[in-house]
Write a protein that binds this ligand. Sequence first.
Ligand code: ATP
Ligand code: MG
Length: 285
Amino acid sequence: MTLLKIAIQKSGRLNEGSLKLLKDCGISVENGGDKLKARANGFDLEVVFLRNSDIPHYVEDGVVHLGIVGENVLVESDSKVIILEKLGFSRCRLALAVPKEVDFDDVNWLQGKQIATSYPKATDAFMAANNVKASLHLISGSVEISPALGLADAVCDLVSSGNTLFSNGLKEVAVLMRSEAVLIQGETVDTKVKKLIQQLQFRIQSVLNARNYKYVLLNCPVDKIDRMNAILPGMKSPSIIPLVDKNWVSLHSVIQENDFWNVIDALKAEGAEGILIVPIEKMVY
Ligand code: ATP
Ligand code: MG
């Protein structure tokens, strides 16, 4: 039997999201204690728990077939891997930040300065693209405290809410890249493994689609059906369900998370009533 092997982060910001994604795909894994690997239930899959920054190497070498990593680590790693899916969690940005009192007009402020970061390649690329010559301090953690300690003039660090920067007296002045969790694969995989990867990817896509959509039910006056139909995107077109009151019908459809509130507002303006919004568990095309 062929067993698919996937590496996920052992502990840290990607661990929970990775396990949740597998769980939503019907795959459960015990992640107890110091286990290096675990056989999953619900798929011919072995899960290997590794450090985020090590995962690209293991995938490139074929020790594991797949990995879930932060997109930004691929910039820092030389490993040759292929991104199969963007997974929509652990979203963050690599940002340049300076002490809040700095009068930062543009990146030329950085000329000759010291920048602390854990992400040297992305930072170097940013400086090269902007013709900035600054020196890098490579720090493996708590980069945000280095300006206050007098070690650096600026930092390049991963940010999501910006709270850490703020509470360390820093302000964000540029975004170097955006990142989210991604599913990666090595450059060559054999046919049997490829088949398993496609099966898993199909499950993942169904879960991700579902996360992007909501199921909506609403009551609609019969003479407004065409207007509401024009507003509701739906997978094909909305379903119409008769109500006991012949002047009304119930319309059922799906709405994308992105334009969710715009659609709801438009429906209300057309006279929709009793709008219910329900999460979707899986969405299979
Ligand atoms: P490891 O120690 O396992 O090698 P790491 O030091 O990269 O990993 P984390 O700090 O857990 O570990 O970050 C893992 C990934 O999570 C990062 O590569 C990034 O994609 C994402 N991430 C980092 N910081 C944030 C943040 N503040 N908000 C959201 N996602 C983040
Ligand atoms: Mg770390």
